[in-house]
Design a binder for this molecule. Structure first.
Ligand SMILES: Nc1nc2c(ncn2[C@@H]2O[C@H](COP(=O)(O)OP(=O)(O)OP(=O)(O)O)[C@@H](O)[C@H]2O)c(=O)[nH]1
Ligand SMILES: [Mg+2]
Length: 170
């Protein structure tokens, strides 16, 4: 039997989680230029290298794991229930490149739950325009995580992300 892993896409509102979901699964869930587009859990499948199959879960945006809205409860309920059939083997935290610092609060909270975590920094296409540069090796070391710098808009970095998901235990 081929191996299947649960992957949850988690992040602040409007960082591009659903865009990543669509890129990974080939589905076409609604994307929009304001926060709160995704209101419930969506699921899809992504075929990864080495015959691994990923069950991808797109979630509503959340700023933290301190529940303050219904949408955030969906995320908290999933992450705090190890018996949930969708409980992630790996949490992919999606940040946008312009708000990285703010997004790291949620990243840290998920790491504290000791769920294997990857960090996606999306919207890399905005870096030049915004004059942002990042030292990914340094960030990986400081945050003790693997990072995929991607742009779903330019379709860049998606294969790297698939590779990181495949190797999430390394
Ligand atoms: N410039 C740029 N914009 C992007 C990129 N990826 C997504 N976006 C835009 O960011 C906005 C939010 O995208 P979504 O995928 O809906 O974001 P989300 O995190 O799922 O949003 P919520 O479900 O509301 O939390 C949309 O306007 C996208 O077109 C990217 O790589 N570059
Ligand atoms: Mg969404």
């Amino acid at each position: 039997m081929s191996k299947q892993i649960n992957v949850a896409l988690i992040g602040n509102p409007n960082t591009g989680k659903t865009s990543v979901f669509n890129a990974l699964t080939g589905l076409n869930q609604k994307v929009g230029n304001y926060p709160g587009i995704t209101v419930e859990k969506k699921e899809g499948i992504c075929k990864l290298p080495r015959g691994v199959k990923a069950h991808i879960i797109d979630l509503p945006g959340t700023y933290s794991l301190n529940a303050s809205s219904l949408d955030e409860n969906v995320v908290i309920e999933l992450l705090l229930n190890k018996n949930d059939k969708d409980f992630p083997d790996v949490a992919v935290v999606v940040s946008d490149v312009e708000n990285l610092k703010r997004n790291l609060l949620l990243f840290t909270q998920i790491k504290d739950l000791e769920i294997p975590t990857l960090l996606v920094i999306n919207m890399a296409d905005r870096m030049k325009y915004k004059g942002i540069s990042l030292d990914i090796d340094y960030l990986e070391e400081q945050l003790n995580t693997k990072i995929a710098l991607i742009s779903t808009r330019k379709k860049e970095g998606i294969e790297d992300l698939k590779q990181l998901i495949t190797n999430y235990k390394d």
